[in-house]
Design a protein around this ligand. Sequence first.
Ligand SMILES: [Zn+2]
Length: 278
Amino acid sequence: MPELPEVQAHAERLDAMFRGAVLDGFRPLTFTVAKTAVPDPADVVGVACSGVGRRGKLLLVGFAPYCFVVHLMQGGRLVPDEKQSPKPRGGQARWRFADGRALLLTEAGTERKAGVWLRDTNPLIQEPLDHLGPDADVVTVDELSSLLGGTSMRLHGFLRDQHQIAGLGRRLANEVCHQAKLSPFATCSKLDADAVARMHEAIGTCIDESLAYERSRDDMSKSKDRPGAVHHRVGEPCPVCGDAIRSVEYNAYTVAYCPTCQTSGKVLADNTTSKFLK
Ligand SMILES: [Zn+2]
């Protein structure tokens, strides 16, 4: 899933391409993609794009005072639509512009979870943005300290919880824990001030690194190509200490970590050893 750096860089690309373009029509291509019925998208026809931005992992396509909020979820992409074919593969929704161009929301796979909300008043205080925590790239160390102190969640789960802080996912949760030299299974409320400060710095470092990489590209990167020390690196040597990166596997994701850097050398209970021996 694209996380804050990928969505941010993509918003910047779309902003450069479409700001000022006048909307000629918005059309959902599936029954499930449009999450709002009011206002009517027809009301936005003739309005110029006022900019493309981001909140958490969601894209905000502005046509002031209107705003389309686009949640890409796992496999969604919002891309310039060169072909404009009547039934595009994975097509979810299309924005056509008066200059002949178009934007297409596509979603790989069959889950159909991507969604589009249209708002005519401040979208930040309405679903699906209203319950998001502070954006991970701007959260202050004091805010982070207060959020961590208020929950007994494990650190990895906290970092992925958009209600706590917004923008991070499975990959950056792994990378931030490694960068901060903290166990992904540490209890948030038990972290001391030094650990919170390391966590805050690690969030900034990991986002900056990924954002710089993402901005160097013309399109959104694939997960395995993104920079990092532990995510997608299980079995490889830790770039800091040389220990082998280990993992704890769950159905939907993998927690990857370095025992020497993060868990005082302790290898956490997992089911990966048996898998490697097969
Ligand atoms: Zn290490």
